[in-house]
Design a protein around this ligand. Structure first.
Ligand code: TRP
Length: 454
């Protein structure tokens, strides 16, 4: 009913639809591109364990907080904090979220555009057009980057203009199962190739000697990014919920899906790297012994592997992988765009279509600038992911724990989770939101800032 959504705020059609949309937001480049690299870079399974702890101890409670704030206020992040808090400070958390959304989306589009480029690269390579193929696979090619990131933006805007249930929910419901099937099919295939076992061993064999402060920082930052936390994306998704949904259970499903898919993606990417190494591709830096950087990892090493496999099979596997990555990115980019779009719709009374095209164009302009100088991505990641998201998460915890108060949040959670106030969960969650999460995030942020200064 697109008509309805013009006049009122949209809502999710089904419980599962909401969970899949939120899981779709969470599962993205962060899982398939970010997580495996971090694992390989940080001593294999030791990183996985610490990452798990970060997701459960910090990510999960903050996700419940975001869902609760969203459903209670039925508003975008700026409107939500205005509604719950007094003064001008509270909405700042929302404005920060909107800004992070715009900035993260603009480099996210460039990386997502690379996936589209590589889908075509595989085709041109197969048909022997090597020079076109190498342009399509050239990560630094400004014009090519700009074209593909704008195409990706158009796809994102088209879904968003469809509204909540007809656009976002329908798209993610269709795309998420395809993603999982493609992922598993690729893993089964990779394990038939030489070298994959070596990768598996590195992946599941923990090396605790690499665990230090930096590793914990990376794990926490990765958890925020991968779970889509800290900028109100899940406040926005929660704002389209009715009161029957059990927020705690939903957050548990989303967290487990995200962690699960990251783990499965690692089962594909790390063995695939070792298969590529077996075929002669260099995956470790010979001087430092460290793994090649994340950008090179998925976008250079894996195409190399697909070329090694060769023939129609190599092309099909390559195309499948990059379509998979593109789909995962698409269900995430819609959640990033939905934050500023819902802000414009709610606060300025603009129609969804107009808001989506307007914000989309602004983001596309920034993406085009980044396209021509991809070294900017590092700065964006640093400011908006590594500092911005944990900072947002910290403010959300402090706001909920000390201003809005956990008791009030629990009244909201009660709807859909009867008896929560007397459940042990209530005490544990309140303790985490008030003490554990802010202290942990605070420590990480202080260390980050200390590292910048010194
Ligand atoms: N979680 C997505 C990923 O793993 C990225 C993402 C989508 C995101 N929406 C977000 C990150 C909101 C932070 C906040 O790729």
């Amino acid at each position: 009913m697109p008509e309805l959504e013009k006049s009122s705020r949209g809502t999710w059609n089904t419980k599962l639809g909401f969970i899949l949309a939120a899981a779709g937001s969470a599962v993205g480049l962060g899982n398939i591109w970010g997580f495996p690299t971090q694992v390989a870079d940080n001593g294999g399974a030791a990183f996985i364990l610490i990452y798990l702890v970060c997701c459960l101890v910090v990510g999960f409670p903050v996700m419940i907080a975001e869902f609760t704030i969203g459903r209670r206020t039925q508003k975008n992040p700026v409107g939500a904090f205005k509604a719950l808090g007094k003064g001008f400070l509270a909405p700042l958390i929302g404005y920060w979220g909107v800004l992070c959304g715009v900035m993260i989306l603009s480099f996210y589009l460039v990386i997502s555009g690379w996936t589209l480029g590589y889908v075509l690269e595989e085709v041109f390579y197969f048909f022997g057009h090597e020079s076109i193929a190498s342009t399509l696979g050239d990560l630094g090619h400004g014009l090519k980057n700009a074209v593909f990131s704008v195409i990706f933006m158009l796809l994102t805007v088209l879904i968003i203009t469809g509204g909540v249930s007809q656009g976002i929910e329908r798209a993610t419901k269709a795309l998420m199962p395809i993603l999982l099937i493609l992922l598993i099919a690729l893993i089964v295939y990779i394990f038939t190739l030489d070298g994959s076992m070596e990768g598996l061993i590195m992946y599941i064999n923990p090396d605790f000697s690499t665990v230090d402060g930096d590793l914990i920082l990376s794990a926490l930052g990765q958890a925020f990014f991968s779970l889509s936390l800290g900028m109100g994306a899940l406040i926005t998704y929660g704002s389209y919920l009715n009161k029957e949904q059990n927020l705690v259970e939903s957050a548990a499903y989303v967290t487990l899906t995200d962690v699960g898919i990251a783990f499965i993606a690692g089962l594909l990417v790390i063995p695939a790297m070792f298969v590529a190494q077996y075929g002669g591709t260099e995956i470790f830096n010979p001087e430092t012994g460290a793994l090649h950087s994340s950008v090179t990892l998925v976008f250079d090493v894996l195409p190399e592997l697909f070329h090694q496999i060769g023939g129609v099979l190599g092309m099909i596997i390559g195309i499948t992988f990059f379509i998979l990555l593109g789909l995962a990115a698409l269900t995430s980019s819609i959640s990033l765009l939905e934050v500023p779009v819902s802000y414009v719709i709610d606060e300025f009374n603009v129609r969804r279509k107009k808001a989506a095209w307007g914000v989309g164009s602004l983001v596309a302009i920034i993406a085009i600038i980044i396209s021509f100088d991809i070294s900017l991505i590092d700065y964006f990641v640093y400011i908006f992911n590594e500092i911005g998201l944990p900072l947002g998460g910290l403010m959300i915890c402090l706001f909920l724990g000390y201003f809005w108060k956990a008791e009030n949040a629990l009244l909201e959670i009660e709807q859909g989770f009867e008896g929560v106030e007397s459940h042990w969960f209530a005490k544990v969650w309140t303790f985490f939101i008030r003490y554990i999460c802010p202290v942990l995030i605070g420590l990480v942020l202080i260390t980050t800032i200390y590292n910048i200064i010194s």
